[in-house]
Write a protein that binds this ligand. Structure first.
Ligand SMILES: [Fe+2]
Length: 389
């Protein structure tokens, strides 16, 4: 078996790492960054945590701060216009998943001929070329985007969250500083943390898993599972925040090399049509989707249950796997995750969109990695099951 592994060339990780951002760029021979971020990072002053070190390294820094949640094709085009108007040698994605994904997509689209739309790169196309390297600095723990070969961009005309995959989306470097997450409110902390856990679990049960992605996934689950409730209850807990941040990046490495599966396949259409934050839509689907694949992936789910500490070594696989599903329900309860109905989604609108959502889920390719591969009808049934819990 030949395993093809991808990872950033440089990862700087630890408390205070962001102060070394300028040093990281200089090490890579880069000096003219365009920082891609969002309006909140600017208004809150958090962006200065990145800009300060870059200026201190003698760099002239420009900022593109028009990133939106669930980044859109139109924002990517605006970013490419800014990029092309300047003389930049790299992009720095600073923020949560959205600014990082935006920076990646700008780099990919800017490498293409002028008239190209970003949808030309959605899977199964390969987005292997970037105009310039991307450096990511995550402020949540997190999407793991700092370590993945993926970006997700919304096609505004077609109402679709497109998965874009390839080496062009893989950051050259990641600066991973948990201190940037210390001020995050509990809701965002929980949503992004469950996203990380979902990455690790989906990578671990994926049909495309390999021994190395498994090691990343196991390590990520060990770090995330015991700390998720801690950071929810005590956002200033630095030890728990550090573990979550390391876990999120390791989970990113896991799914970048093993892909995600049915939860993410079904989650993207929920985000596209109803603007549920990404981690939250994962959490809404995670228990039902795990139960759906439980028998087919029994040994893996059982091992996951043991790793996260809800089953013992001596428990039989069937009992251990069942405990995992129970724990995912308990986690949603403890972290106050609403159902889609509880979040305020209209039942009739949900029902009417299910065939479209199921088709979009299947088209992303992610459901094919699931231990039990569903057809469109089974995906519709899972959406119905998750709707009101
Ligand atoms: Fe995710």
């Amino acid at each position: 078996m030949v395993v093809s592994l991808v990872a950033p060339r440089l990862i700087m990780m630890g408390g205070g790492a962001v102060a070394k951002l300028g040093e990281a760029l200089a090490q890579l021979g880069l000096s003219r960054p365009l920082v891609v971020t969002d309006p909140f990072m600017v208004s809150s002053g958090l962006v200065e945590r990145a800009l300060g070190p870059l200026r201190a390294a003698g760099m002239v820094v420009a900022v593109f701060s028009e990133t939106v949640p669930d980044p859109t094709d139109t924002v990517i085009e605006a970013g490419v216009t800014v990029f092309r108007a300047g003389d930049f040698d790299c992009l720095v994605g600073f923020g949560g998943g959205s600014p990082m994904d935006t920076a990646k997509a700008i780099a990919i689209l800017a490498a293409a001929p002028t008239a190209t739309h970003i949808r030309a790169f959605k899977v199964p196309a390969q987005a292997n070329i970037a105009a310039v390297p991307v450096i990511c600095v995550p402020t949540t723990a997190g999407t793991g985007a700092e370590a993945t070969r993926f970006t997700v961009i919304t096609d505004t005309e077609r109402g679709e969250k497109m998965l874009i995959a390839g080496l062009g989306a893989l950051p050259l470097a990641a600066v991973v500083d948990y201190e940037l997450t210390l001020g995050l409110p509990p809701r965002i902390t929980a949503d992004t943390g469950i996203d990380s856990l979902t990455h690790a679990l989906e990578a671990f049960v994926s049909a495309r898993a390999n021994p190395v992605s498994d090691d990343y996934a196991r390590s990520a689950m060990r770090l995330i599972a015991p700390n998720l409730r801690r950071v929810w209850a005590d956002p200033a807990n630095a030890t728990a925040r550090e573990a979550m941040m390391r876990g999120a990046t390791l989970a990113g490495l896991a799914f970048s090399n093993a892909s995600v599966a049915l939860v993410h396949g079904m989650s993207r259409p929920v985000g596209a049509h109803f603007h549920v934050p990404h981690g939250l839509s994962n959490a809404m689907l995670l228990p039902a989707v795990t139960a759906f694949g439980l028998e087919a992936g029994r040994a893996r789910y059982a091992e996951a249950a043991r790793i996260i500490g809800v089953a013992q070594e001596e428990d039989a696989d069937q009992a251990a796997a069942a405990r995992l599903v129970a724990e995912l329900h308990a986690l949603n309860h403890d972290l106050a995750v609403p159902t889609p109905a509880g979040w305020g989604i209209d039942a009739a609108k949900w029902e009417a969109l299910l065939p479209t959502m199921a088709a979009q889920a299947l088209a992303s390719g992610s459901p094919a990695n699931n231990p039990r591969v569903p057809d469109a009808g089974q995906i519709v049934a899972l959406y119905r099951e998750a709707f009101d819990g």
